[in-house]
Design a protein around this ligand. Structure first.
Ligand SMILES: Nc1nc2c(ncn2[C@@H]2O[C@H](COP(=O)(O)O[C@H]3[C@@H](O)[C@H](n4cnc5c(=O)[nH]c(N)nc54)O[C@@H]3COP(=O)(O)O)[C@@H](O)[C@H]2O)c(=O)[nH]1
Length: 724
């Protein structure tokens, strides 16, 4: 393609066919045009370029150019100056290099896109969270791909919209606030991005100003300078979760290869997302395992392991900063009874409720942990004085005492708390815990539902208790138990109307241990169940043995502890003992304390009815100490009330005791119950009771508890009212 231009007139003087073809017109039309019009410049600029050519002799340049109909192209110009008849002619050999230029441009862009893909891969390696990943990928796509805007949108939870999760670019801030509705009935929901999401297919817009799909977004896009855009769906595990949008400042920025790269970029993002999720799951799994190792699975409180660690740290910190802290050792009273009587599920529910109450009672800086069945500890950091710990203990006692609902019924639970203070009571973790534990036992001994501070005297007491427990555990096996028998007498005619079996322990190591010393411990550690069964079996066997010796049939009373009363197998055990020993059920009397019955009246009613159906006689022992109401008493299927010893002791002098005893007798009579007074030691007590029409009595005044032979002798020498 050759043109010749007269420098002086700045007009074409020659154009070959190729030149005409390049410009897209015939020679005549070409000759009417000015060269600067075709080269998209002005006449002066072109003239000075020609002057340079004249000076240099020849110059090769590239220039923008246009065709006759206005299409733009790029040409390479080899210009030479020739003097023809004294006039400078500029001869231009022109090549249309637009295709080459486009290829170069595409190559450049592709290499930038590959660079961008590389950069996203790096971003993927660096990212630690999905949000972090999105931000880094947008940044990499923008800088590497030479884009105007890169943006990642995620679908909202209700799947109604796409919102911008990450964006990069000059107009990133504007893009960040964009929301794309997915409903196509909404004009903005018919745009490129929404369509891409809905159809789960990439969407390319070569000319943002012309494409009808982007009409609702055109103003926004124009403000940002967008001329072309590509949207690619982000699909994870078969589900479209969002869209990646790239926008360029020139038209047709996304050819097939470029879009292919964009897709790969998105694939990498999805791969990274899945990796991050696996990593997050692994970390969550690790965390969960760590939680399980350091927390109690029932209450979710820290367990002994974590507590021990925290206790060591508390000691270390208190030592360094010369501070005090308290350790509260909390043990529920009679938890075993609840667990045995209501079942483990109720026991678990109770522990969960207790854990919640304890957690609510402490400050955020304190730690509540469960270190055993019904054992909880609280680390009370930074106390000014022991009273601070006492205050918390009081709060806990009252919180625990609030009614607990188990299996649809309300119960009142109490707890015993032991307190040890660092550094006063111990300097190391295990001693501190041991001392708080000892103080807790002291609180139990003090009648439960209370708290005690550790003191050095407690230590020797606690050692004694451990010794007692060890020997008690072997007492049954070593045959160290025995029963003593005490007569029950009619106040009307002083006939022996029955006998009570009382447990005695002759320990080979400890000597005589009284029931009041070992029975509470046996109850606490659950040994009362096998011991109680032994008592029942032995008492029934003895009664039958006496009969074989010619002693008239007598009613044999056996004491039932609260835990025995809560034992689910009580009734079946009674049946089997009666069957084994052959003793008629009517000869068996069970003495159950008023407090054990009143602890759970509903269950007591049911259980007593079952026992009654066997034909067993039932007495409420220690009556007057358990606050039963007349109504409750009326409903209980019992036969007898036993006035507690404490009201009998001072009967002759104490007017209050007299009125109580009188009231119990009247109450019993009104309910047609037999009334017996225990602990009768004097003639005055006996007279008073007789005057009040009390039915029977039991006490040293008539006979002390004695061996089976002593009791047999007593019966032989005395009048007896046969029970059968
Ligand atoms: N669950 C079980 N409890 C039992 C069993 N054996 C006894 N016990 C209970 O232990 C408590 C103390 O019993 P013990 O030391 O045997 O005292 C009994 C009598 O010895 C005593 N008693 C009898 N008469 C008098 C008296 O005139 N004065 C006086 N100071 N004490 C006297 O009273 C106890 C009998 O009490 P009770 O059972 O309430 O009738 C005691 O609570 C026993 O119940 C057992 O096998 N299982």
């Amino acid at each position: 393609m050759v043109f010749a231009i007269d420098r002086e007139s700045m007009r074409f003087v020659y154009a070959n066919d190729g030149a005409c073809e390049l410009i897209g017109c015939d020679r005549h039309q070409l000759m009417t045009m000015s060269p600067h019009e075709l080269l998209l410049t002005d006449a002066e600029t072109l003239a000075s370029q020609y002057d340079e050519v004249i000076e240099a002799g020849g110059i090769t340049t590239e220039s923008r150019s246009r065709t006759y109909d206005g299409r733009e192209t790029i040409v390479e110009l080899h210009r030479q100056a020739q003097l023809v008849d004294g006039r400078w002619m500029i001869v231009s050999v022109v090549n249309d290099i637009i295709k080459r230029k486009r290829a170069e441009f595409t190559r450049d862009r592709m290499s930038r896109m590959y660079a961008s893909l590389g950069a996203t891969n790096e971003a993927i390696l660096r990212a630690t969270t999905p949000d972090d990943l999105y931000e880094q990928v947008c940044e990499a796509a923008l800088t590497g791909g030479g884009m105007l805007i890169a943006c990642i949108m995620r679908v909202t939870a209700d799947a109604s919209r796409l919102t911008v999760t990450a964006t990069a670019g000059v107009n990133g801030a504007v893009a960040r606030d964009l929301t794309v509705p997915l409903d196509p009935s909404h004009p903005e929901g018919r745009g490129l991005v929404a369509q891409c999401f809905r159809e789960c297919r990439q969407q390319i817009c070569d000319d943002y100003m012309q494409d009808p799909r982007v009409a609702p977004w055109r103003n926004v896009g124009a403000k940002m300078g967008i001329r072309s855009a590509a949207a690619v769906p982000i699909v994870k595990a078969g589900e479209t979760i969002g869209v990646m949008l790239l926008a360029a400042d020139h038209p047709r920025a996304f050819d097939e290869e470029g879009v292919g790269l964009l897709n790969r970029m998105v694939d990498n993002v999805v791969f990274a997302l899945e990796n991050l999720e696996h990593e997050a799951q692994r970390k969550a799994g690790e965390k969960h395992i760590e939680f399980l190792a350091t927390h109690d699975s029932l209450t979710h409180l820290p367990n002994r392991t974590l507590f021990n660690q925290s206790l060591s740290m508390a000691i270390e910190s208190a030592r360094r900063y010369r501070r005090s802290f308290a350790l509260l050792f909390i043990d529920l009273d009679r938890f075993k009874t609840i667990n045995d009587s209501l079942g483990h599920e109720a026991g678990d529910q109770l522990l969960i409720q207790i854990a919640e109450r304890l957690s609510l009672a402490v400050r955020a800086s304190d730690m509540v942990a469960r270190i055993g069945g019904d054992e909880f500890v609280i680390l009370v950091n930074d106390i000014q004085q022991p009273e601070d710990a006492a205050k918390l203990a009081r709060t806990i006692l009252s919180k625990i005492l609030e009614p607990v609902e188990l299996q649809g019924q309300e119960y009142r639970i109490t707890t015993s708390i032991g307190i040890a203070i660092y550094p006063d009571d111990a300097l190391d973790a295990s001693s501190l815990l041991k001392h708080a534990d000892m103080a807790m036992y002291r609180a139990k001994e003090e009648g439960k539902n209370t708290f005690e501070f550790y003191s050095a005297q407690l230590e020797s007491r606690s050692l004694k208790r451990i010794k007692l427990e060890n020997h008690l555990r072997q007492a049954l096996e070593h045959d160290e138990f025995e029963l003593a028998y005490q007569a029950k007498i009619s106040l009307e005619n002083e006939q022996i109307i029955g006998v009570e079996a009382l447990l005695r322990w002759h320990s080979a190591e400890l000597g005589e241990v009284t029931p009041t010393q070992f029975l509470p411990l046996a109850e606490e550690i659950g040994l009362i169940i096998p011991i109680g069964r032994w008592v029942l079996q032995t008492a029934c066997e003895q009664n039958m043995a006496w009969q074989r010796q010619g002693i008239p049939p007598l009613r044999m009373a056996v004491n039932l502890s609260p835990m025995q009363f809560a034992d689910h197998q009580l009734v079946s055990h009674l049946e089997s003992v009666l069957e084994r020993t052959g003793m008629p059920a009517s000869l068996l009397e069970l003495e159950i304390t008023e407090t054990a019955v009143m602890h759970d009246v509903g269950r007591a009613l049911e259980l007593l009815a079952q026992i009654k159906r066997l034909g067993v006689y039932i007495s409420i022992d220690d009556f007057g100490t358990g606050y039963s109401s007349l109504t409750q008493l009326r409903d209980l299927p019992v036969d007898s009330l036993k006035i507690d010893r404490s009201f009998v002791r001072d009967l002759s002098s104490n007017i209050t005791d007299q009125s109580i005893a009188r009231a119990i007798i009247t109450m019993g009579k009104n309910l047609s119950l037999n009334v017996i007074a225990e602990g009768v030691e004097t003639a005055e007590q006996q007279s008073f009771l007789r005057e009040q029409h009390c039915d029977d009595m039991q006490g040293y005044y008539f006979s002390r508890p004695g061996s089976h032979t002593a009791f047999a002798d007593l019966v032989r020498s005395h009048r007896v009212r046969k029970a059968l």
